[in-house]
Design a protein around this ligand. Structure first.
Ligand code: FAD
Length: 598
């Protein structure tokens, strides 16, 4: 019978408020033979976060609730403090649940700007981290558990990692840090929650700095970077640009006839008194209306085979939908389709399902036929080419400006991803390969199927010795100069699982062309049957420390309480025993096959 250390919340999560309570929960899971997983901000694909059973749950981003059943899912919203442990070395110990910035989707409502790590470091100490991801909603432990990273080959939050305080799979606390055991330390990010529960992390901060930059939205031909070639006297190659630019990311829209690239870049400048931030503005003068219009049209074009699902997929606050369609969308798409879209929006807002369905029936064939030629106009809503004013210039504090996508509304424009990381010197070759793949079909509909209707984000990351980092390098291999990352967006209101209906073409294209690549651990990965080692062995071959990590995992989690089905599949550990109750205090001895027998 279960003996809960603390009661399970009505939301299905355990909410420990101290390390002692966390330890108690892990010991309980070990003793009772139950899985235990911790969630951060739930920005990773859900199967990577929660315990089993997840078989009936679609794998997706921002799954806020845990699956049903007796396993333990933990949320650390009551465990969010931090303290300076060495002022001179700028060492800060954080409780694992603290968020980097505010998490607007935190279901407990605990996360605020004021209790976020980066804000407190900046306002109280004038410190920061070397980089952040495109958003800063994540928890410190969730960000590092998946090896997340910002867009820079020169700066990385990995360099700010100093130590981890962990609770292993029997409930014992252990610590590892960069000075005491540098090699072992490199096993702990990314850790996927497989080496234990991260209780605390120590970060080595740095003095804050500011950023100055610009975003230019141009055609690929007018882009300041030669995206597909070797570069010349006027434009650097993509690999050179990524290596030299302090911070950058590009959103490439390769859709035929709509081709454009929005290039965001920034440099570091010292923090000086009197600095006046002029933050980057991600959307135009009326972001709410633009995002709503864009979300609506993407939802419509993504569901042309069954437009009856559109009302349910649009998120609740539709007060401005009709206005958004009238003011933003109709002027872009012409009278015939514009009128039908406006009527559809009105019927949806009015809750007149049958009328909406009738309009949808008329709209679908016209829109389907004209979509390839209309796409550039649709894209103009969210990503208009720069006008005569040229690129948008901005300057900001690092903590605020580096996460340039914080303004994007996850609810209105829900986005999912797969992300390939490959040695930076292959950047131009891979771009050329993709370009050729997109231009090959004579049929514009097939071309649009290949590109999808969303952006391909292009950025980079610094090489690191962290064992399972997607930018891992041994120091003398082809990964040593850093990585080029292709982050393929998927609009989450589209039907189907992108890992089955959209991403495979991309993964296979890279693989068939002999491109070495690794996939971001937090984002979509190939789906395959138990026992199918095709992709497992492909990825195993990309990570020289793969077996070392699995051996460490085996030791730190002898009852396999942290190993859910998703991670079993990623590492080919289908035969590892399920957690078993530990009788009479006798430690469970695993018969998990050693990884090399795999
Ligand atoms: C809109 C959006 C933008 C993004 N931008 C970027 C980007 O720019 N760069 C990038 O690299 N990635 C990016 N990501 C991916 C994101 O950084 C990862 O999904 C990250 O892991 C999310 O952190 P989280 O706090 O939400 O953790 P979760 O997603 O909740 O958890 C991540 C993993 O960590 C485990 N975990 C969490 N806390 C603990 C703990 N205390 N102990 C043990 N295990 C734990 C979880 O079980 C899970 O396996 C983005 C994702 C989204 C949705």
């Amino acid at each position: 019978m279960s003996t809960d250390c603390i009661p399970r919340g009505s939301d299905g999560f355990y909410h420990p408020a101290s390390e002692g309570e966390l330890v108690c929960l892990v010991k309980q899971a070990y003793r009772e033979g139950r899985e235990l997983r911790v969630r951060g901000a739930a920005h990773s694909v859900s199967h990577a976060i929660y315990t089993d059973p997840q078989a009936g749950m679609r794998n997706h981003v921002e799954q806020q609730s845990p699956p049903p059943g007796d396993n333990l899912n933990v949320m650390l919203d009551k465990y969010i403090s931090f303290r300076v442990v060495d002022h001179e070395r700028m060492l800060v110990e954080c409780d694992a649940g603290i968020h980097l910035g505010k998490d607007p989707s935190d279901p407990t409502g605990t996360s605020t700007l004021e209790n976020s790590l980066l804000y407190q470091l900046f306002t109280q100490y004038g410190w920061t981290l070397g980089d952040t991801g495109g958003i800063s909603h994540q928890t410190v432990s969730g960000f590092t558990a998946t090896g997340s990273s910002g867009g820079s080959l020169r700066f990385s939050a990995n360099d700010n990692l100093y130590g981890f305080r962990m609770i292993d799979g029997t409930g014992e606390v252990y610590e590892v840090n960069r000075d005491a055991d540098p090699d072992l330390f490199h096993a702990f990010s990314p850790n996927m929650g497989l080496l234990g529960v991260v209780s605390k992390m120590t970060l080595k901060c740095e003095p804050t700095f500011n950023i100055v930059g610009q975003e230019a939205i141009t055609t690929p031909q007018a882009c300041e970077v030669d995206l597909f070639g070797d570069g010349d006297g006027t434009r650097p190659s993509l690999a050179t640009f990524l290596k030299e630019q302090a911070y950058t990311r590009m959103e490439w829209w390769p859709q035929r006839g709509a081709e454009r690239v929005s290039l965001w870049k920034a440099d570091r400048v010292p923090a000086t008194p009197g600095f006046e931030p002029k933050p980057y503005q991600q959307f135009g003068s009326n972001p709410e209306l633009q995002e709503l219009a864009f979300s609506f049209i993407l939802t419509v074009i993504g569901n042309l085979d069954d437009l009856s699902v559109v009302p349910a997929k649009l998120k609740p606050d539709l007060a401005q939908l009709e206005q958004a369609v009238e003011e933003v969308l109709v002027p872009k798409v012409g009278k015939e389709i514009g009128d039908l879209l406006a009527k559809l929006a009105a019927a949806i807002v009015g809750g007149v399902g049958t009328v909406a369905f009738e309009i949808a029936r008329l709209l679908a064939p016209v829109l389907r036929k004209k979509l390839p030629e209309l796409f550039a106009d649709i894209l103009g809503i969210a990503v208009p080419l720069d006008g005569s004013g040229g690129p948008q210039k901005f300057q900001d504090y690092a903590w605020h400006g580096l996460p340039m996508d914080n303004q994007a509304n996850d609810v209105l424009v829900p986005t999912e991803f797969t992300e390939a990381w490959l040695p930076v010197q292959h950047a131009g070759r891979v771009m050329t390969l993709l370009q050729a793949y997109f231009v090959a079909p004579a049929d514009p509909h097939e071309a649009l199927r290949r590109t999808g209707t969303y952006a391909w984000e292009l950025y980079g990351a610094k090489a690191t010795p962290l064992w399972l980092a997607c930018s891992h390098t041994s120091g003398d291999d082809e990964w040593k100069d850093g990585v080029f990352r292709i982050d393929l967006y998927w609009f989450a209101n589209n039907p189907g699982d992108p890992a089955e209906v959209f991403y495979p073409q991309f993964w296979q294209l890279l693989r068939d062309n002999g491109i070495p690549f690794r996939l971001h651990w937090a984002k979509f990965q190939p789906v395959y049957a138990a026992g199918d080692r095709g992709w497992v062995d492909f990825f195993k071959a990309q990570y020289p420390r793969w077996d070392d990590f699995l051996e460490l995992r085996r030791k730190k989690d002898p009852n396999n309480i942290f190993l859910n089905d998703y991670w079993r599949a990623r590492f080919g550990l289908w035969d590892a025993p399920r957690p078993q109750p530990v009788q009479g205090g006798v430690p469970f001895t695993t018969t998990d096959p050693a990884p090399h027998q795999g």
